[in-house]
Design a protein around this ligand. Structure first.
Ligand SMILES: [Zn+2]
Length: 140
């Protein structure tokens, strides 16, 4: 016999049994949905409300979905699309944190960022990319 769910937590986990659950993509969709709904409060932007609301509903439906494989595929796609901008933001943050001690140059060969200890101003330096070994000249 099936055990009776005694409290809300048990009932919820029973309900979520076999369902996909909340992931990064759903979180992103609901965050964007809420932002769009807030923007829709401004005059002439009311039409956005429906879009924001639809995003919220969609993120909820994803969590409740039983098609776990398909949801995982969506999540993988989202994570791979997100990885580049996330990396960029991370490196910009690092540059900002180290702006007094380090200089970052973009390698013309492989586009990687090369981090070097800040040299004196107004000098020409040779930078060697640790990734592809290409050397390039930079002015500080
Ligand atoms: Zn390089």
């Amino acid at each position: 016999m099936r055990k009776r769910f005694s409290n809300f937590g048990d009932r919820l986990s029973g309900f979520m049994q076999g369902r996909y659950g909340y992931d990064e993509l759903s979180r992103f969709m609901s965050a964007i949905g809420i932002i769009i709904m807030v923007i829709s409060l401004f005059p002439h932007l009311h039409f956005l409300y429906t879009i924001g609301f639809a995003l919220l509903i969609l993120s909820l439906l994803r969590s409740l979905s039983r098609n776990i494989y398909k949801r995982q595929m969506e999540r993988n796609k989202y994570l791979s699309l997100r990885s580049k901008p996330v990396q960029k933001i991370r490196i910009y943050k690092k540059m900002w944190r180290e702006r007094k001690t380090h200089e970052y140059y973009k390698c013309p060969g492989c586009k990687a960022y090369v981090r070097i200890t800040k040299p004196g101003k107004g000098r020409r330096i040779m930078v060697t990319c640790p990734k592809c070994r290409q050397s390039f000249e930079e002015r500080t």
